[in-house]
Ligand binder design. Structure first.
Ligand code: ATP
Length: 674
């Protein structure tokens, strides 16, 4: 066997030493006892913390313990004992977590999220940040097999082979983390200050989703205590997408991040409606209409209030009751306003009691507030209502809608959102996705929605103003990472500007644009970009990290189904995942054709992630996903299936990592012409 090159041997020795140290750290943690806890509850808590710590220190044999190394330049490293300024070692290894040598506490591997590790991602010849060399390691199944050096004191760096290989490594399952190869412009977003909301406009495959997930991991590392208390939530477009990204954060050691769709948060729709109606209901002006509609329920009192206690009667005149209601109206949330109204009425009665020489205490005030006469006034003036009751009334009662929408919605707009045939009551009403956002707004007008510490919103361009407001409430006291691509907006209410999105979300934030695509090879990206002037002319044309790479094959075929099967069969000759993306209406036919041809496959559904190397993907579910080889069947039908069909086609054509085959029986959409 040829001798191993000395550098590789030395790096492997460091890996072995780090692994041994991690084992010791784990043994040490496992030996810690929760007995120091003062009581049973604290002991349980401490035990679970220790279990978590032991689990976190497990060495996953397939996951490299470190993926990079940095060598300081001579000037910075010339400190005592080989340590440079700030006590930093002359050499540092960067990995998924800290590993230190138990005896001396010497760091063997530094966590990628530690401030010092920033240099691994950011240093370059233009600004070496005190470092001389960056080394990237190649691994195979946990074994260190290669390395690549990037001198930081020389000329400009070429593209990293390890990065390209990582991108082209065949996909076998869900999304992987990119912690070893985060690029400088991505790193800036990942490490942006926690309090800052960042918004990323990114062309297909520029790493928006990856960046959002790594930012969540970074924030949890830097502000663990605060954020694990207040919570971090990732919001994605559908279950299939969430299943696809689900493994990334656990691989980075973060298991406490929630993932949800907007439907999960606001409630699943039980009804459907035309897109124009949803668009009208999704308009931000609906917030004004709802506020008005709710507060229209507070009515002027007709009579005063009479409370009897024993033989005594206490009376508040109508104008006094009116004044109290008027003083509260609109100054609080509806539910707390109702409670405060009862208390204020009771307080005034208490004052009358005192004037008569009684000495009532707080308990008496509470009793009066809950008494029958007060409740009667309350129900008449400030009735208890639910969001469903208010929205039902608004959408079914033309007069009430007119009163609430006066000066905000035109007659036509009112007619558009009104139900033609209302259900019999709010209980039997069918609520659409757009209604769910309205109900959430009403619920918040009644009682404040709890806010989380940080929200990552992916594919944010597809959310309506009212949905964004609903998400904004959930990060009102925190910050957000907003990710999306205006060119991939496929809803009737898709955003036209990120400024507006941020305004609806109620967050101040800067918009950063990513245009370097990692996923899609140059030839394929250029083909898809022919659609860009038609879907989002204001956006910059995306560039690919692999400009010369990729195979594009566009074929007119006499019969679509057999041609799609043949294209899938050809892709099966190569390594990696295969997505056959088809118009939604044709998914069953394509699945049947594959089955007839004896090709094992899964079919992606809204609630399922689909399994298998070959997946039939309805076009409307392709967003955010990727496959090594993509076969697109009948682009014209995909484009014709919906109002923003060209944007859908743009999404569909940008899912391939290695090859794209387009088969079509009908003419291609004219916009795809060169
Ligand atoms: N720095 C990187 N190193 C390695 N792979 C990367 C890097 N950045 C992105 N990728 C890979 O590129 C692919 C696309 O990334 P991602 O899905 O995050 O992009 P996106 O901008 O969300 O795309 P889309 O808008 O099309 O959904 C993924 O496979 C991701 O792992």
């Amino acid at each position: 066997m040829p001798a191993e090159p000395p550098t590789l041997a030395a790096e492997r020795a460091h890996l072995a030493e780090s692994r041994a140290a991690l084992r010791r750290m784990r043994e040490h943690a496992a030996g810690l006892s929760a007995d120091v806890a003062a009581d049973w509850v604290s002991r349980q808590f401490l035990e679970s913390l220790l279990d978590e710590r032991v689990a976190a220190l497990a060495d996953q044999p397939d996951t490299p313990l470190f993926f990079g190394r940095m060598d300081r330049d001579a000037a910075s490293a010339a400190g005592p004992a080989g340590e440079g300024e700030e006590g930093l070692p002359a050499v540092m290894y960067v990995g998924r977590r800290h590993v230190h040598d138990g005896d001396e506490g010497r760091p063997l591997v530094l966590d990628w999220r530690a401030p010092v590790s920033r240099a691994f991602y950011q240093a370059g010849p233009a600004d070496p940040m005190g470092w001389r060399l960056r080394r990237r390691f190649g691994f195979q199944g946990g074994e260190l097999t290669a390395f690549e050096d990037e001198p930081l004191d020389g000329g400009p760096l070429g593209p990293s082979r390890i990065l390209t290989e990582e991108i082209e490594r065949p996909r076998t399952g869900p999304m992987r983390d990119i912690v070893a190869t985060i690029q400088p412009e991505q790193d800036v977003i990942v490490r942006a200050e926690p309090a800052r909301t960042v918004c990323v406009q990114g062309a297909p495959g520029t790493g928006k989703t990856a960046v959002g997930l790594h930012r969540a991991a970074y924030l949890l590392f830097t502000h663990r205590e605060r954020l694990s208390r207040s919570g971090v939530l990732i919001v994605g477009p559908n279950r299939a997408f969430l299943a696809y990204i689900a493994a990334v954060l656990p691989a980075l050691g973060e298991v406490r991040v929630e993932q949800a769709t907007v439907d999960d948060l606001l409630g699943a729709p039980t009804g459907a409606e035309p897109a124009e109606v949803s668009a009208a209901k999704g308009d931000a002006r609906m917030a004004d209409v709802l506020r008005k509609a709710l507060w229209l329920h507070v009515r002027k009192p007709e009579d005063g209030l009479v409370v009897t206690r024993g033989a005594a009667r206490y009376r508040l005149a109508g104008h006094e009751v009116r004044e109290i209601a008027a003083g509260l109206r609109g100054t609080t949330r509806y539910a707390s306003g109702r409670a405060a109204f009862a208390q204020r009425l009771a307080h005034r009665i208490l004052v009358l009691m005192e004037q008569r020489g009684e000495a009532p205490d707080d308990r008496v005030q509470d009793q009066v507030a809950r008494s029958r006469p007060v409740k009667q006034v309350l129900d008449q003036v400030w009735p208890k209502v639910t969001p469903e009751q208010v929205l039902y009334r608004l959408l079914s009662d033309a007069g009430f809608l007119r009163a609430a929408a006066k000066g905000v919605l035109t007659e036509d707009e009112q007619a558009a959102i009104r139900w033609e045939k209302p259900a019999r009551s709010h209980r039997s009403a069918r609520w659409t996705a757009a209604d769910r956002a309205l109900l959430d707004e009403l619920a918040d007008l009644m009682t404040r929605t709890a806010s989380l510490g940080h929200l990552v919103v992916d594919e944010a361009q597809d959310l309506s103003a009212m949905q964004l407001r609903a998400l904004g409430r959930r990060c009102a006291t925190g910050s957000a990472t907003v990710l999306g691509d205006l060119a991939q907006g496929t809803t009737a209410w898709s955003a036209r500007s990120w400024k507006e999105v941020l305004a609806h979300l109620g967050q101040d934030g800067e918009v950063t644009e990513l245009t370097l695509g990692f996923r899609v090879p140059g030839t394929v990206l250029d083909y898809a970009a022919r659609l860009l002037p038609h879907v989002a002319p204001e956006l910059e044309r995306p560039r690919s990290l692999r400009p010369g790479a990729g195979a594009l094959d566009v074929r007119r075929v006499p019969a679509l189904l057999p041609a799609a099967v043949a294209a899938v069969r050809a892709a099966l000759e190569r390594a990696g995942s295969i997505g056959l993306i088809v118009p939604d209406a044709d998914a069953d036919a394509h699945a049947a054709a594959l089955a007839d041809a004896g090709i094992a496959h899964g079919v992606l559904g809204p609630e399922s992630d689909g399994t298998g190397r070959v997946l039939v993907v309805p076009a409307t579910l392709a967003k955010g996903l990727e496959y090594d080889h993509v076969v697109v069947a009948e682009p014209a039908a995909i484009a014709a299936a919906e109002a923003r069909g060209l944007a859908r086609l743009y999404v569909v054509l940008t899912r391939a990592v290695t090859s794209l085959t387009v088969v079509h029986e009908a003419d291609l959409p004219a916009e795809l012409a060169p």
